[in-house]
Design a binder for this molecule. Structure first.
Ligand code: ZN
Ligand code: ZN
Length: 371
C-alpha cells in the first residue's frame, strides 16, 4: 500500500484538486513509478474542457518521467531504480493490430484507455475509498503512477527528468512524425504549421532527418523566432503574410515535399493541403473537436497527395525513447527551450491557465517540489 498526492480532476470544467491517493497493491504487469516530472499537454486541457470525454474523477498527465519504485512479479523489462519515461500507448503485443505492427490501435489499449483503466480493465487508484480513473494509462500529474510494463521505458540516467518527460508525448509525436512516420529525406523541403511543442519538434525532427529547407508557420512572432532556434530556415504566418505564396516561392513553385500540421485548427488542415506539393506528404498531428467538420478545396487535394493522420508520430517507445534521450545528451535535440515553466503540483492549475492563453510551450510539474 502506498499513499501520495495527485492532481485530480473531479468533473469537466473544474479546477484540479490535490488529493491523497492510494494504490493498494501491484498486479503482475504493473510498474510503480515515482514521478519526478510531468509535462502539461494540450490533450489534458481537452479533458478538462470536455472536448474529450473521460470518466471522472480522473488523474490527468501522460507525459511523465521518474524512477521505478517497484514492479509486479511478471515484469521483466524494467527493475527498481531504473529511470523511465512513460509511454501513453502501452500495448498488448499480440492482438489484431499489434500483430500488424500498429500498436497505436492495440485493441486492449483502445478499449480500456477511454474507460480510465489499465490494460486489464481495472483502476489501481482510490481516494477515500472511491475509485479514481487513470488517464491514457499513465496519470502522471501525481507523485506516483502505476503503468503497464509496456508503458515504462528505461532511458539513460544522465538525462534530467524535466527534460526526459517531454519525450513521452510532444517530442515523440513531433520528431517521430518527421523521422519515423514520414521519413523525411535528406535535402527535402518541409513546412510545419503551428509551432507549439509538437510543431517545434517536427521542425527539429526534420532537421535531424537532414531536411534541406524547413519553413515554420505560426501566427505568433515569438513562436516563429523560437522555431528558427529549433532549426527552421524560414518563417511566415503573420496576419498579413500570404503563406501559400511564400511556401510556393521557397519551393520552386511546387509546394513543400512534406507538410506537418501541428496547429490543431480547421484552417491549419486546409492550409496544409494547399502548400504540400503534388505527390508530397501531408501529416496531420493537430486535432480539433471530434464532432467538428473540416473542409478542403477539392483542387488542393489533386496530384496524388498523401495524407496521414498520426497521434504519436509512429512511436515505438522502447526503440525511440532511448534514441531521443541520447540525441538530447549528444546535443542534437533541443529539449531545454521547450520548457516555459516548472511548477510544484499545487500550482498545476496555473500551468493550464498559461496554456489556455497560449503563452507557453511546456509547463512541467515537479510533484516532489514544495509549493
Ligand atoms: Zn500529449
Ligand atoms: Zn495489442
Amino acid at each position: 500500500m502506498i499513499e501520495f498526492d495527485a492532481a485530480v480532476l473531479p468533473a469537466v470544467g473544474r479546477r484540479l484538486e490535490i488529493r491523497r491517493m492510494r494504490i493498494a497493491r501491484l498486479e503482475r504487469d504493473d510498474v510503480l513509478v515515482r514521478i519526478m516530472a510531468s509535462g502539461l499537454c494540450h490533450t489534458d486541457l481537452e479533458v478538462i474542457d470536455g472536448a474529450l470525454a473521460y470518466p471522472m474523477p480522473i488523474v490527468l498527465g501522460h507525459e511523465g518521467a521518474g524512477v521505478v519504485e517497484a514492479v509486479g512479479e511478471g515484469v521483466t523489462e524494467v527493475k527498481a531504480g531504473d529511470h523511465v519515461v512513460c509511454s501513453w500507448n502501452p500495448h498488448c503485443g499480440h492482438c489484431f493490430y499489434c500483430e500488424r505492427n500498429q500498436p497505436i490501435l492495440c485493441e486492449p489499449f483502445t478499449f480500456h484507455q477511454p474507460r480510465g483503466h489499465l490494460l486489464d480493465g481495472k483502476s489501481r487508484l482510490t481516494c477515500e475509498g472511491a475509485t479514481v480513473h487513470h488517464f491514457s494509462v499513465v496519470s502522471s500529474h501525481a507523485q506516483y503512477a502505476v503503468v503497464p510494463q509496456s508503458g515504462a521505458i528505461a532511458v539513460p540516467k544522465e538525462i534530467p527528468f524535466d527534460r526526459a518527460c517531454l519525450i513521452g508525448c510532444g517530442v515523440m509525436t513531433g520528431v517521430g512524425a518527421a523521422v519515423r512516420l514520414a521519413r523525411v529525406e535528406p535535402g527535402a523541403s518541409v513546412a510545419v504549421i503551428g509551432c507549439g511543442a509538437v510543431g517545434l519538434n517536427a521542425v527539429q525532427g526534420a532537421r535531424l532527418a537532414g531536411a534541406g529547407t524547413v519553413i515554420a508557420i505560426d501566427r505568433a512572432g515569438g513562436r516563429r523566432d523560437l522555431a528558427r532556434t529549433f532549426g527552421a530556415d524560414l518563417a511566415t504566418g503573420a496576419p498579413d503574410d500570404d503563406v501559400v505564396a511564400f511556401v510556393k516561392q521557397a519551393t520552386g513553385g511546387r509546394g513543400a515535399d512534406y507538410v506537418f500540421e501541428a496547429a490543431g485548427s480547421a484552417d491549419g488542415f486546409r492550409l496544409g493541403a494547399e502548400i504540400v506539393r503534388p505527390g508530397g506528404d501531408l501529416v496531420f498531428l493537430g486535432k480539433v473537436n471530434v464532432d467538428r467538420d473540416v473542409a478542403f478545396r477539392w483542387g488542393a487535394l489533386m496530384g496524388e497527395k498523401k495524407i496521414t493522420r498520426s497521434s504519436y508520430g509512429g512511436a515505438r517507445p522502447r526503440r525511440d525513447f532511448p534514441w531521443l534521450a541520447r540525441a538530447y545528451l549528444d546535443g542534437r535535440l533541443n529539449l531545454d527551450a521547450l520548457i516555459s515553466a516548472r511548477v510544484p503540483l499545487e500550482r498545476i492549475n496555473e500551468g493550464f491557465d498559461a496554456m489556455r492563453h497560449g503563452d507557453c510551450i511546456r509547463t512541467v510539474v515537479l510533484p516532489w517540489d514544495s509549493p
